[in-house]
Design a protein around this ligand. Structure first.
Ligand SMILES: Nc1nc2c(ncn2[C@@H]2O[C@H](COP(=O)(O)OP(=O)(O)OP(=O)(O)O)[C@@H](O)[C@H]2O)c(=O)[nH]1
Length: 383
């Protein structure tokens, strides 16, 4: 066996390593299961590829069906991984049908009539058919909103297109080339190299997308309250400071909202029902403000809103609208509505944020003392 033939083993070895890298990546979060499918798409075909790189034409015919099954399984795994990632459908029934026809033809053109170029054409066409199956359903559901996502999608299409182009090149050129030993030809190495470059590009973009998703999840966990999905105290203060330091705005008001007698809700209906009430309150507050206002859960049953508004009367009317809306919002968990009290303070400038919070808290305390279910701003009860 000439030493240069072992050179071709670099490609299946890289394929194995790349698949293993995907599995290692999956172990970090254990959420992105599509990584396992795509890893299988790299690892499974690496074995027949390595074996075939060491075979002569006669052995290629002997092992054509088994090797074909591995390649088709790899194509299916990548197709399934992409479908899972984007919420599309990989059509397993159709894929099995394509694989069965492909394998039958591989059997015929290896055991009955040995036609190497036809086998390559059929196998590539079968792999293309399987990989193209999820494309329509993915296009229907995926948004590709981030640049990396568009690149990933583009590189997958390139991967599929390459499978088809490879099949066409094989059909057009290979029979004329009269190859005695395919795996020792420049053809084989060229096809492997092109495959590797395209696969590497696809995989690097996939890994970049996965890292981005992981960072996004971690950022969300750091910045968001797990129960309501609203900002938590830390990220509220950070975002509020950015807003107050930002371009001039007519003014800012701070609303502090606290659910009334929430302990009684927990005691009467249970902690899970209490959680659901908090979720509903958070949603209701969020629905009453503009997109660039900030709504946060500071902890327990206390919520804080930073409102961009012209003057205190606007802030007071928004708080009053929230109070009224809450008292009419039905919470299924407690078969009724809850009420809340509000303290509203004006934020004079960026440095005033901490004091404004204290003032709004004091006003909230007044609202509670005066009987709850009311809005107090600047010492004045509005309802
Ligand atoms: N279900 C649930 N309860 C919580 C959560 N965080 C805090 N609580 C409960 O909220 C209740 C708050 O009770 P209090 O501070 O006495 O306030 P309150 O009963 O609403 O009374 P007022 O505010 O004076 O109207 C406590 O029983 C806490 O255990 C949470 O995340 N989920």
């Amino acid at each position: 066996m000439p030493a240069d033939q072992y050179f071709a083993l670099i490609v299946p070895a890289c394929s194995l390593l790349l698949g293993s890298a995907l599995i290692a990546c999956w172990t970090a979060m254990r959420e992105q299961r599509y990584l396992l499918w795509i890893a299988a798409g790299y690892i499974v075909p690496a074995f027949p590829l390595a074996a075939q790189s060491l075979m002569g034409n006669a052995q290629l015919a002997d092992w054509a069906v088994l090797a074909g099954a591995f390649y088709l399984a790899g194509a299916w795994a990548i197709s399934r991984g992409m479908a899972d990632r984007y919420g599309g459908r990989a059509h397993p029934g159709l894929a099995a049908g394509i694989a069965a026809v492909t394998l039958a033809l591989l059997y015929y053109f290896s055991q009955v009539l040995d036609q190497l170029w036809l086998r390559m054409l059929i196998l590539n066409a079968g792999m293309f058919g399987i990989q193209v199956l999820p494309v329509r359903s993915i296009l229907r559901v995926a948004a590709f909103s981030h640049r990396l996502e568009r690149w990933l999608w583009g590189s997958y299409l390139l991967l599929i297109a390459y499978t088809l182009i490879r099949a066409m090149v094989v059909a057009a050129l290979l029979p004329a080339a009269h190859m005695d030993e395919l795996t020792r030809s420049g053809w084989w190495v060229l096809m492997l190299a092109a495959n590797m470059v395209i696969s590497l590009g696809y995989l690097l973009i996939l890994l970049a997308c996965t890292v981005r998703e992981t960072l996004q999840t971690l950022r969300n966990e750091r910045d968001r309250d797990a129960l309501t999905g609203l900002l938590n105290r830390r990220s509220f203060v950070e975002s509020a400071q950015q807003r107050l330091r930002g371009p001039k705005s007519p003014g800012w008001a701070l609303l502090v909202c606290d659910v009334d007698h929430f302990k009684a809700v927990n005691d009467a209906w249970g902690h899970a029902a209490g959680d659901q009430v908090l979720h509903t309150v958070g949603q209701t507050l969020q629905q009453q403000v503009r997109e660039d206002d900030l709504v946060a859960r500071f902890g327990g049953e206390e919520f804080v809103v930073l409102l961009r508004c012209a003057d205190m009367s606007v802030a007071a009317s928004v708080a009053e609208r929230m109070r009224r809306q809450l008292s009419h919002t039905h919470c299924s968990a407690i078969a009724g509505a809850v009420t809340a009290s509000f303290g509203v303070a004006w934020v004079a400038c960026f440095q005033d944020l901490a004091q404004a919070l204290e003032r709004a808290d004091a006003l909230l305390y007044q609202a509670k003392k005066s009987g709850r279910n009311q809005v107090v701003c600047d010492g004045q009860a509005l309802s």
